[in-house]
Design a binder for this molecule. Sequence first.
Ligand code: FAD
Length: 464
Amino acid sequence: MSAYDVIIIGAGPGGYVCAIRCAQLGLKTAVVEGRETLGGTCLNVGCIPSKALLHASHLLHEAEHNFAEMGLKGKAPSVDWAQMKAYKQKTVDQNTGGIEFLFKKNKIDWLKGWGSIPEAGKVKVGEEVHEAKHIVIATGSEPASIPGAEVEIDEKTVVTSTGALELGKVPNEMVVVGGGVIGLELGSVYARLGTKVTVVEFLDAITPGADAEVAKTFQRILKKQGLEFVMGAAVNKVETKGGKATVHYKLRKDESDHTLKADTVLVATGRKPYVEGLGLEGLGVKLTKRGQVEVDDHFQTAVKGIYAIGDAIPGPMLAHKAEDEGTALAEMLAGQKPHINYGLIPGVIYTAPEVASVGETEETLKEKGRAYKVGKFPFMGNARAKSVHQAEGFVKMLADKETDRILGCHIIGPAAGELIHEICVAMEFGASAEDVARTCHAHPTFSEAVRESALACGDGAIHA
Ligand code: FAD
């Protein structure tokens, strides 16, 4: 038995970041991880492999559609799927290996195996029981199934995002159930590789919770890229026979029944917290109705000395939210008083163009009855975007009507996932749209579109 200040269960972005920060602050730290590699969902089967495939398939799309116009002649590359998956795996291995290096550097013990909590202050891994003053549940999440539908996921024909990253071949036809971030990212990968992709979405708009104007533009752009959409449809059954699938759905507007055939069905209807095998029932740790671990403002569960962070607790299921909670909790355990601004967690969709947002949307502001103004600037007016064939989309800034303080920003366009951070920092400092508008931005950059949207909140953009 070994004794630690902190034992963290789960080495995803929440757990591994918490561990590194704990170690930096002088706490004796161990992490329990049952996977063969560190990094959790994000590094192994989430953020990182999906971005590798998005990158490779985007370059193919560029070669097929934009190279010739730039004077780059010749046949576009053909797809060697096995090699593309090998490239994806190499990217994953580099990243997970990097975490292992950081654990060694920070003298963090990796307790290999699946952990449980027999009682407060103790963590069991295999036959070994370890003691810890503080235990952190950072066990993340797993894919959810289709609510109320008859469906069996075999990870071959009917797959979750995990299976979708490992398909044996590029399918001819794919049905994606769920028009959220994961479904649209992976759907675009396969659409670019030549698959006929149909997205079936229960609601009338994709990317629920997004600014409605952005969601509409995004759907239009994806349609232009070849993705098809069936909106307002409830999938109630997925049948498989001989490696083919039939998706049964009911249109909500008229209750009519329909089917779609596909080689692969990607179930991307969200994720649910994963806390199985921890033994929480016997401990008195409370769960919400959605199965998330209930915590207070200090990430403390109903049991003293047991904390939880990341996808396992309420809030957006995002790697950077988990990381920030890991850092904050470590600092709290070391006696500091950190703070997370949950109103300023950016969300990014890594398609081409990218979609990024932070803060309020027009819809949430209307709901709150808050007076606001909109500054919008199209990338069509941005010289850099036009010169690199990426002039689709816009930046939309929302500011308080009276004070001009920035309340939110929504970007669909090139490098949106990078551009959004200027506004995250500005909002963290309580900046007004005029503050951003008066800040010199280099030319020619995509960032000028952000400045122009800030100008549009005032007297008007220059290039619109
Ligand atoms: P996880 O990363 O899920 O890690 C939990 C770890 O705990 C796992 O490794 C698991 O094996 C381990 N574990 C669980 N139970 C035990 C136990 N009892 N004992 C030992 N170990 C245990 N987010 C973004 O911000 N950006 C993106 O681009 C993005 N892309 C995504 C793409 C896909 C396809 C998917 C599926 C997710 C994506 N996400 C993205 C979401 C992101 O992966 C999660 O929000 C993030 O991984 C949550 O981190 P976490 O530390 O809470 O949990």
